[in-house]
Design a protein around this ligand. Structure first.
Ligand SMILES: [Zn+2]
Length: 598
């Protein structure tokens, strides 16, 4: 794989939209420190009446908006090349500045929360644009610590992020994979190559050999990674205890604004009801590929081994525009801008973060990171990330910086919605049975597998981990391996052999450093599937509702947002309907396979 310095500029994103030059960045960093001091001088110890409440929130908002491009610039320039020492040092420095600003300004929240609730409500009437933010503050009140304690904790900010940084350093910097050998030929291996290519490799011998070599390297680092993870969990546990939450689950779900029943339901119903459909899918893949047995290492292969269209970066633009055109002209213009203005980093290079993500700094355009492999299924990855981009593009235009971001529970709905729209567009673009089977199997293997199976199994495993932590326990590599293996075996039953190395899958997922995130993928996709079906039957009315939901940003909770889009997630019906829909897709795959083979 090539070095970052050798990639084509047109395949990279343009960070000069955040800062023209490095000097501009340094200047902004210096200015922000000064602005923080001036905020402290003007307001510390002086937040006493309605007027000062509104003024300090407004000043804090300005400061916050200026921090955003600084943090984004530091993170994004590091994410394209974790081996870049200068970028790593810059990110570390920004982390320290952020922590010290956060400590210096922690008095704002502390002083606001010491005021009477009635005064806060009065302020919220006077400045309705801050109402959501103030309401959120009031909700936090019972869990707030003494101002000095809040300040001390804020000052430790970067230290608390330490485990996640260590995790990335181990995984992306230290871990070096040797070539693996099959029948005398050597093949290169890396995290990106494994997850982007080898895991989907049609040749069973190579695929399983890659899995074995990959797992062996992971195993070398299992204890360090487990210890790092445990450290992160203990920080979360201590935070939850100090603040007086009933359990670590309440503490982690607090900001998601959903109760524990919605969380548990997602895991329990899918573990039980989706499993039979997915086992049927695994059987079908095994049959089509003529495999002796189905193992964990075979689960990601495409159904049709010799039918994998390829697609270039430039071709992808047309697919995005046509596939998502139902979202309207504004949305399609945004897609054009994302290509014309280089919002997207397509390049594949050494040290680049794995997977794909979208970063949406308030006041700027979104950025998308992806490592383009030229496989056709990248259109789904890109449609997904542009779903996040479109969401924040609209939310930022319509909401202030405090109100634009909805609960994590809802975050994956707009992105997975775009995958469904893309699939529908592709299905309608051809009558060829093989192409149709390819599209449906890609929705299953990618959209539903990824969101309902991979992340769900992570969520089920993660719940077991947090149950141990909540009881005051610790975890190590052997406990994590056992938990992971147990969940995989429970879901796949006897249909899939959980081969050696599968138990280490917990080492691969950065989401474990982001609280109760994995389960939200299936939650978001449940909403997306239901709205997608509404769009199929009701057309533009449903699209309009959806656009309104995106514009609403974070001013409503997930239950309210789903309701605006016509979906009632207070019952398990949408989830059951979605699972039935997945079942019907697998029926179609079986049918199309008969047609093709018959
Ligand atoms: Zn996403």
């Amino acid at each position: 794989m090539i070095n970052r310095s050798d990639v084509k500029i047109e395949e990279t994103w343009d960070l000069t939209h955040l800062f023209q030059t490095n000097e501009d960045f340094e200047k902004a960093l210096a200015d922000i420190k000064e602005e923080t001091s001036s905020l402290v001088d003007s307001y510390k110890g002086k937040i006493t009446d309605v007027e000062s409440v509104v003024n300090v929130i407004s000043a804090y908002k300005n400061l916050y908006e200026k921090l955003i491009p600084i943090g984004t610039y530091a993170n994004l320039s590091l994410s394209v090349d974790q081996t870049n020492d200068a970028a790593a040092l810059r990110a570390a420095k920004v982390g320290q500045v952020m922590a010290s600003i956060s400590a210096d300004t922690s008095f704002v929240t502390s002083e606001l929360l010491e005021l009477d609730e009635s005064l806060l409500k009065e302020a919220s009437n006077k400045a309705p644009e801050f109402a959501v933010m103030i309401q959120e503050l009031i909700r936090k009140k019972p869990y707030q610590l003494h101002p000095a304690a809040e300040k001390a904790l804020a000052a430790f900010g970067t230290t608390f992020d330490g485990p996640y940084e260590l995790y990335n350093t181990t995984k992306l910097v230290d871990m070096k994979f040797d070539d693996f050998e099959v029948n005398g030929t050597k093949y290169p291996l890396s995290y990106n190559l494994f997850e982007g290519d080898w895991e989907l490799e049609h040749d069973t011998e190579k695929r399983r050999a890659a899995f074995k070599a990959f797992s062996e390297k992971l195993r070398d680092y299992q204890h360090t990674t487990a210890k790092t993870y445990d450290m992160h969990l203990q920080i979360e546990k201590t935070n939850s205890d100090l603040r007086g939450y009933e359990s670590i689950f309440e503490s982690l779900l607090f900001s998601q604004e959903v109760d524990r029943s919605l969380y548990n339901r997602q895991i329990d119903v899918i573990m039980k009801e989706l499993a039979p459909h997915m086992r049927r899918y695994a059987k079908l893949v095994q049959k089509v590929h003529g495999l002796d047995k189905m193992t964990f290492a075979d689960l990601k292969i495409p159904l049709d081994p010799s039918y994998e269209p390829t697609i270039s970066v430039e071709e992808s633009r047309k697919y995005m525009k046509d596939g998502l055109s139902i979202m309207g002209e504004d949305y399609v213009n945004m897609i054009d801008r994302s290509f014309d203005e280089r919002w997207i980093d397509f390049a594949q290079n050494k040290g680049k973060s794995t997977g794909a993500f979208c970063s949406s700094p308030y006041g700027y355009h979104p950025y998308v990171l992806i490592s383009w492999t030229s496989r056709m299924n990248e259109v789904f990855v890109l449609a997904h990330e542009l779903g996040h981009a479109g969401h924040f593009y609209l939310a930022h235009q319509n909401q202030n910086v405090f109100n634009s971001r909805p609960s994590l529970y809802f975050i994956e709905a707009p992105s997975t919605m775009n995958e469904m729209l893309m699939a529908n567009y592709l299905l309608n673009s051809s009558t060829n049975a093989r192409f149709k089977r390819w599209v449906i199997s890609t929705i299953i293997a990618r959209t539903y597998y990824h969101n309902f199976v991979t992340h769900l199994l992570e969520a089920a495993y993660q719940r077991k981990v947090y149950e141990i932590i909540d009881q005051g326990g610790n975890v190590n590599a052997s406990i994590l391996n056992d938990l992971k293996k147990g969940v995989l075996e429970e879901f796949w039953g006897g249909e899939v052999e959980i081969n050696e190395g599968a138990e280490l899958t917990w080492m691969r997922q950065p989401h474990y450093y982001m609280g109760l995130y994995p389960y939200t993928y299936s939650a978001g996709l449940t909403i997306a599937t239901q709205v997608y079906q509404r769009i199929q039957t009701e057309g533009s009315k449903a699209v309009e509702d959806w656009i309104q939901v995106l514009k609403t940003g974070g001013t409503k909770n997930p239950v309210e947002l789903a309701k605006m889009a016509g979906v009632d997630i207070t019952t398990d019906q949408p989830l059951k309907d979605t699972i039935a829909f997945i079942g019907s897709l697998i029926d179609q795959l079986e049918q199309l396979t008969k047609e093709i083979e018959g």
